[in-house]
Ligand binder design. Structure first.
Ligand code: GDP
Length: 199
């Protein structure tokens, strides 16, 4: 898919304020600093559509962008990872995130971003397990792959796959990306395109 147009639409402080759910929607989420804004900008081929390195912990907003003249929505969800250890899985994630995931009916796929240099973090795993529990389709997106050499890359990815398969029967779709050299962005767009075709 070619990105012909990408614009910011609105920020919402609650799922009820989001645009009408009348187009396929794809959301991006991950721990702060995972490279989410950089990847969104790379995918959309815009320099500063999503704000890079916004201060962690500031107001949590759901940011909608409309792509290719309203064909689909791209959503930048608030970063997670600053929550303290909590009694229940659900309360590790802010209400805005859990409400969005539970209630956004046009959400076609949630891309969960993971820094490929860092070993699996409990919060990432908890989040993916929560998604599974809710029956939401997810894809895993490893970021910053340019920062690893071949050996590190292979061993990190193998460790992730083994860990994930301890919990799941099979892996969800996985993408390997770099916002620096553009690796993986075409694959993500083609994946979105295929889902849009069947919407
Ligand atoms: P966010 O907090 O998840 O939105 O993360 P940002 O997109 O702001 O990126 C955090 C930092 O990682 C910034 O300094 C980016 O320049 C850097 N970064 C993001 N993606 C990549 C990547 O693919 N490769 C490299 N080398 N650096 C990246």
């Amino acid at each position: 898919m070619e990105i012909k147009q990408a614009s910011f639409l609105k920020s919402s402080a609650a799922v009820g304020q989001c645009p009408k759910p009348n187009k396929p929607e794809y959301a991006f989420i991950g721990r702060s600093n995972v490279g989410k804004s950089s990847l969104i900008n790379k995918i959309c081929q815009r320099k500063s559509l999503a704000k890079i390195s916004s201060t962690p912990g500031k107001t949590q907003l759901i940011n909608h962008f409309f792509i290719n003249k309203d064909e689909w929505y791209l959503v930048d969800l608030p970063g997670f990872g600053y929550a303290k250890v909590s009694k229940t899985l659900r309360s590790s994630f802010s209400k805005i995130i859990t409400d969005y995931i539970k209630n956004r009916e046009n959400l076609m796929c949630l891309f969960v971003l993971i820094d490929s240099r860092i070993p699996m973090q409990k919060i990432d795993l908890d989040f993916m397990n929560l998604m599974l529990e809710e029956g939401n389709p997810i894809a895993i997106v490893f970021t910053k792959t340019d920062k690893l050499n071949k050996e590190e890359y292979a061993s990190n990815m193998k460790a992730y796959e083994e860990k994930l398969l301890e919990y799941w029967e099979e892996l969800p779709p996985v993408f390997y990306t770099s916002s620096k050299n553009g690796e993986g962005t075409k694959e993500i767009l083609d994946f979105i395109d295929r889902i849009n075709q069947s919407y």
